[in-house]
Design a protein around this ligand. Structure first.
Ligand code: UDX
Length: 440
């Protein structure tokens, strides 16, 4: 008989995991302490924007395989329980806040049946899984806990969950591994690499991967600083080094840097944990990665100041993009929104556009002005900033846009627009890391 699965925590990770597991044919029940979220999901509605997820969710609910409940007792007869709750940054430091993970475990430990497997998917500081496993076994000696980190990218959540590039399973128990092989049988049949590790290694894989990605982005942004100083062009440099297969061309897009709910908080929590372990020196470099990343935001604000004679007071500035990346409505630690807020705080009159993230951005920064279309955003602007590389911005007609603004100055914070087309239409075009553009 097919396994019955539960998903504890139905945010980005959990809602996607639940819908995807149901689509593989499993019976799945999702639970969360946030009742409003459960009510929405039960009606087939996703509380955030993620391409393809709403259709999949509605389809799986209709099939009867996917259910959501406010009552945690409803998970009792499941065979496998995935913990998918968030681990945000603590309010008063750089460590991860484990409140939700701890309370999820405490809630389900006495409920799960003998022989069942609890599987952590949340990103946690190394050592958490072993501690949670001890606690689970103390309460429920016939259950076990394994770790199975999730690598999904926002904007590709369904694709990444159904077709991950690897599966990592932290357990020393053969039976637990066999159970997870049953859950991921389709991926295994498709030849997706399967890596069995011990608990600490499986937790570390996730933060190591995110630290590497953050390092790659900050590396290219450091090169952007050097290109500006030396008269080079970082986009050409990135292309040239990217052809080396040992380097690879992905994650070398220079600009205003990384944000979101994962990369920034994961590298910080990793540093905090290394310090607890007495190994802080090994991750000292991540401090620099964080600084380079935050410096990119200041560097673009300096460009704005340069173009507006260092006086932002009362200047009308249009900002294209609020989400931390395209195809997402997530504004957590969004570089775009941070820059918008800082420019506004310096006295400018900022209007922000985003195809999906305005509602979330408005909740975060109610004092900013928002417009629901690009034309309104650009009307009479004295400078335009392109900060999230949505496809619709690449498709704008520069000549038409020029007729709307007061000054045709475009600063591309993502190195994603066609500068020749914008220049040919009469725009002064600037971008981070391209000295040529600074000069004009
Ligand atoms: C990331 C990891 O990629 C994923 O594997 C993990 O599970 C969660 O964290 P995500 O937060 O969805 O996923 O975003 P990602 O696509 O990695 O982008 C992160 C940030 O880096 C974005 O703000 C993006 O704009 C920025 N970025 C990315 C760059 O500035 N340059 C690049 O070349 C690539």
């Amino acid at each position: 008989m097919s396994l019955k699965l539960s998903v504890v925590g139905t945010g980005y990770l959990g809602a996607t995991h639940a819908a995807c597991m149901a689509s593989l044919g499993f019976e799945v029940i999702g639970v969360d302490v946030d009742h409003a979220k459960i009510e929405m999901l039960a009606q087939g509605k996703v509380p955030f924007y993620e391409p393809d997820l709403e259709d999949l969710l509605a389809e799986q609910i209709k099939s009867g395989r996917l259910k959501f409940s406010k009552d945690f007792k409803d998970i009792a007869d499941c065979d496998v329980h995935f913990i998918c709750v968030g681990t945000p940054q603590v309010k008063d430091g750089i460590a991860a806040d484990l409140t939700y993970v701890n309370s999820a475990l405490e809630t389900i430990a006495p409920l799960v049946k003998a022989g069942s497997l609890v599987v952590g998917k949340s990103t946690v500081p190394v050592g958490t899984a072993a501690r949670l496993r001890d606690r689970l076994i103390a309460v429920n000696p016939k259950a076990d806990l394994a770790w199975n980190p999730e690598f999904l990218r926002e904007g590709f959540a369904v694709e990444d969950t159904l077709r991950p590039n690897r599966l990592v399973v932290g357990t020393t128990n053969d039976q637990a591994e066999a159970t997870l092989k049953e859950v991921y049988a389709k991926n295994l049949a498709d030849g997706i690499p399967w890596i069995r590790a011990d608990l600490p290694t499986s937790e570390l894989v996730k933060v190591a991967a995110n630290s590497f990605l953050a390092t790659k982005i900050s590396f290219i942004n450091a090169m952007a600083e050097i290109c500006e100083a030396a008269g080079g062009d970082v986009t050409v440099l990135a292309k040239a080094i990217g052809y080396d297969p040992r380097i690879g061309s992905k994650f070398l897009q220079a600009g205003i840097g990384f944000g979101g709910g994962c990369l920034p908080k994961d590298i910080r929590a990793f540093m905090a944990r290394a310090e607890e372990l007495g190994a802080q020196q090994a991750l000292e470099f991540l401090k620099e990665i964080d600084s380079i990343n935050l410096r990119a935001r200041q560097r673009i604000i300096e460009l704005v100041r340069k173009d507006l004679s260092d006086d932002l007071k009362g200047k009308k500035i249009a900002i294209l993009g609020a989400a931390f990346k395209p195809d997402s409505d997530d504004v957590r630690d969004s570089p775009a929104l941070d820059i918008a807020a800082q420019i506004q705080a310096a006295g400018a009159l900022v209007t922000v556009h985003d195809p999906k993230a305005i509602a979330n951005a408005q909740k975060r920064f109610p004092a900013l002005n928002f417009a629901d279309n690009v034309e309104k955003t650009l009307q009479d602007a004295e400078l335009v900033l392109h900060l999230t590389e949505w496809k619709i911005y690449r498709e704008l007609d520069p000549a038409k846009m020029k007729s709307l603004v007061k000054n045709a100055i475009m600063i591309d914070g993502r190195n994603a627009l066609d500068r020749t087309a914008w220049r040919n239409a009469g725009w002064k075009f600037r971008a981070l890391g391209r000295a040529d553009e600074m000069a004009k």
